[in-house]
Design a protein around this ligand. Structure first.
Ligand code: AN0
Ligand code: CP
Length: 315
């Protein structure tokens, strides 16, 4: 693996999940692999889990880690080609990526969707500009359209907790007052479309995800019907893709409650975090044994370690 931008960079998903589980059981087995190698983690947006778990995973592999917040620690970065740089961005990605690529053997990038211009967001400009100019492998730490390290951690978590060979998994939209990206939901669908699962997506009208991500999932606007018999409820808020970046409803009846969880077949609740309690899901669900959110976040370390190991083997 030379880059980890999306599911397309995975050659064998079962093997990658197994690699994550192996790392979990024996975290320091590959400490020699990353010796004298450096990863730079570049953040255009906030993070708790991605920042700490990727740093920890790299250290488990013996790597050196540098972390930078763009625009706070560094100069603001211009992504457009051929423009007169007379606005607020002091440095162009052409130089910035090339320079970071001279200091680092691998670069991780977090750059969320801006939710203003759909075409621009879905072109993955930031990720692609870094890929073009850095000259070293790039790892997606959540880009405009995808969050593949999260999706791999989700696959590992489902593998650990499934009781059925082919579990029923429901991705449900949750209410929120701020527009959030579609990346986590897109990615979750993209990866689940490659697993042997029954995938159902439920959301209010107007929240349809891009068809290339939904794949063969069944889509319904009836959340209760979707929950029936489910093994896993995967909650996430996202803003509208069709009316791009807009919040069309904050309907509180979409919040996940224990009453709704009782419709499932002893189903578990998953969420990538951060989650707003009693807006998206109740305290009762989050504080019950049905909630896997901390286990899921813990698995971010092992998903990052599996991916970094594959990249280190290739460089
Ligand atoms: C981000 C999102 O929805 O993409 C990050 C999730 C991992 N969440 C928020 O901004 C709250
Ligand atoms: N789930 C996730 O990526 O969390 P952070 O935004 O805190 O990194």
């Amino acid at each position: 693996m030379t880059n980890f931008l999306s599911f397309n960079d995975v050659t064998d998903l079962d093997a990658l999940i197994q690699e994550g589980l192996n790392a979990k059981h024996d975290p320091f087995a590959d400490q020699a692999l990353g010796r004298n190698k450096t990863i730079g983690l570049i953040f255009f947006n906030s993070s708790l889990r991605t920042r700490l778990s990727t740093q920890k995973a790299a250290q488990n592999l013996g790597m050196n880690v540098m972390v930078m917040n763009v625009g706070q620690d560094s100069w603001g970065l211009e992504m457009e080609e051929g423009i007169v740089m007379n606005a607020d961005k002091a440095e162009h990605v052409r130089e910035a990526a090339a320079v970071i690529g001279r200091y680092c053997d691998v670069i991780g990038i977090r750059a969320f969707a801006e939710l203003k211009d759909r075409e621009k967001d879905y072109s993955e400009q930031v990720l692609n500009q870094f890929k073009k100019y850095a000259g070293v492998p790039i790892v997606n730490l959540e880009s405009a359209t995808r969050h593949p390290l999260q999706s791999l951690a989700d696959c590992i978590t489902i593998e650990e907790f499934r009781v059925r060979k082919r579990p029923k998994i429901v991705l449900t939209w949750l209410p929120h007052f701020k527009p959030l990206p579609q990346a986590v939901a897109n990615s979750f669908c993209e990866w689940m479309n490659h697993r042997d699962v029954e995938l159902v997506v439920t959301h209010p009208e107007g929240y349809e995800l891009a068809p290339e991500f939904v794949g063969s999932a069944r889509v319904t606007h009836n959340q209760n019907e979707a929950f029936e018999g489910a093994d896993f409820i995967y909650g996430k808020n996202w803003s509208s893709y069709r009316q791009y970046g807009q919040v069309l409803t904050q309907d509180p009846s979409w919040m996940v409650t224990m009453e709704k969880m009782r419709l499932t077949d002893n189903g578990k609740f998953m969420h990538c975090l951060p989650v707003r309690r009693n807006m998206k899901v109740t305290d009762e669900v989050l504080d019950s044994p049905r909630s896997l959110v901390v286990e899921e976040a813990a698995n971010r370390e092992w998903s990052a370690q599996a991916v970094l190991k594959e990249i280190l083997k290739a460089i």
